[in-house]
Design a protein around this ligand. Structure first.
Ligand SMILES: Cc1ncc(COP(=O)(O)O)c(C=O)c1O
Length: 472
């Protein structure tokens, strides 16, 4: 006999109550198979074949198929998709699909808490997880929240910066003034996107020259700020990158903090990729000055290995997010004791993203994350050494600051177009699917650009990358 609640689930035809044992059994079986599979490299990337073709021909299903068949089909789709969880996925700033995070996601999705409004324990856990993240990287956060990723974090940080310097813009827009945003030429495209969305305009982004280690030149930043002020523009923010997407370069944070402090300009650190490395022994020194920033963005879905999407924004001044995003609305409970996150965030409906970081820190402890990041840094150093020793390979951007190593293959024949040659290698590797790497243009040259941010990667995978590149 089912309970009244069971009855309502089956009456709606949408519950899985009748088959929960089968569904959960299959789920745990498929997760175990996937996780075991991710621990080994595989010999190629399946294309889904006939199963996928059949599925793609289907129109909107009016009736259901048996759950087991739907799961079989779903697994075929997943198996023939590019999974960043695999140990030899070296493209972009990849992912890992951390297992404890996957479990947390399944649980959080089941409860479907909306983090837009006060959600009791979940709200308190988000605050605690923000505190843990800030402690992990050594930033004195007065406030913060989880976002869908680096792009939304940058938009939110620059909205807060605009609020501090030009609070009237929330009501009036930005037509009456000009702004400047200062960053290195290697800053992520989300800086330009944020400028566009905030009405500042991407032409206000001053992409400034980099020094020998690819960090932005502090003097160039100071001069650009001063020139803008003299010209009647308002400096909105310096966006320092702590780990560029292209090469992993870290801007000179302490020198930039000096410049910002002397001129009263907001310092945002885009640590979407690199900031977790501030917690490691081997590269912490490169992050000195991060603790002086006004805001920091960091994506746990990158180098803290969690499944997407999980970004975070940390901000020093506890009042500013509320000043930036707070608004009147009659459809949400407000009051002294209830604080709705939507009054401090860009998003309205938000999933409980904090939960997976919170659970992962509890299950593994911070030290396990530090050790995994150290291993990725070691993978990059190993690759750099192997490239340097190899007669047909050459590194393009100097020793890795973090875990990205752009390099080129130089064939024996003379007169070969190296850009086309290396682009061809990357296309071949992606087609063959034994390792997955993307190309990137560094200093005008097409490079093979691996990035190590996967806790499953081992030294053997680094050697395999070299073998696969040189095989053709
Ligand atoms: C340095 C940096 N900032 C921002 C972003 C954007 O992050 P997301 O894709 O999570 O929006 C990235 C993405 O790779 C990045 O590397």
């Amino acid at each position: 006999m089912g309970t009244p609640a069971d009855a309502s689930a089956s009456a709606s035809q949408l519950g899985l109550a009748d088959v929960d044992a089968i569904a959960l059994g299959r789920l745990s079986q498929e997760l175990a198979t996937a996780w075991h599979g991710f621990r080994r490299a595989r010999s190629g990337q399946p294309d889904g074949g006939e199963v996928l073709e059949g599925l793609l021909e289907e129109g909107l299903p009016e009736g259901g198929v048996p759950l087991t068949q739907a799961i079989d089909d779903a697994m075929a789709v997943l198996d023939s998709s590019l999974a960043q969880s695999r140990p030899r996925f070296f493209g972009f700033v990849g992912g890992s699909g951390l297992e404890s995070g996957v479990l947390a996601d399944a649980l959080a999705a089941s409860f479907d808490i909306n983090m837009a409004s006060w959600s009791a324990a979940a709200t308190l856990i988000e605050e605690q997880a923000i505190g843990w993240l800030a402690a992990f990287i050594g930033f004195p956060a007065g406030d913060g929240h989880f976002t869908s990723g680096g792009t939304v974090s940058t938009v939110s940080a620059l909205a807060a910066a605009r609020q501090r310097v030009a609070p009237e813009c929330r009501a009036l827009g930005t037509g009456h003034r000009r702004f400047g945003i200062y960053c290195s030429r290697e800053a992520h495209a989300s800086v330009g996107r944020a400028a566009e969305l905030l009405g500042v305009g991407s032409a206000a982004v001053r992409a400034l020259p980099q020094g020998p280690e690819r960090g932005v030149v502090p003097r160039a930043v100071a001069e650009a700020i001063d020139a803008d002020r003299a010209d009647g523009s308002t400096p909105l923010a310096v966006v320092a990158t702590a780990g560029t997407t292209l090469t992993g370069a870290i801007d000179p944070l302490d020198a930039l903090a000096d410049i910002c402090a002397a001129r009263g300009v907001w310092l945002h650190v885009d640590g979407a990729y690199g900031a977790p490395a501030a917690a490691t022994r081997s590269v912490a020194a490169k992050f000195v000055g991060l603790e002086r920033a006004d805001s920091v963005s960091l994506d746990p879905h990158k180098w803290l290995y969690l499944p997407k999407a999980c970004g975070a924004l940390l901000i020093r001044d506890p009042r500013l997010l509320e000043a930036t995003f707070g608004h009147e609305k009659s459809y949400m409970p407000d009051g002294e004791e209830l604080s709705n996150a939507v009054d401090r965030t860009l998003e309205y409906s938000r999933p409980f993203r904090a939960f997976k970081l919170w659970l992962a820190f509890r299950v593994h402890g911070a030290d396990a994350f530090r050790a995994a990041i150290e291993r990725n840094i070691a993978h990059a150093r190993l690759l750099y050494a192997l490239v340097q020793q190899h007669p047909r390979l050459r590194a393009v951007a100097g020793p890795p600051a973090l875990s990205i190593v752009p390099f080129q293959h130089v064939p024996e024949e003379e007169g070969v177009d190296l850009d086309a040659h290396n682009a061809g290698i990357v296309r071949r590797l992606q087609r063959e699917g034994r390792v997955w790497v993307a190309s990137a243009v560094v200093d005008g040259r097409v490079t093979i650009r691996p990035c190590f941010v996967n806790f499953r990667t081992v030294d053997e995978d680094v050697h395999a990358l070299i073998d696969e590149v040189c095989r053709g």
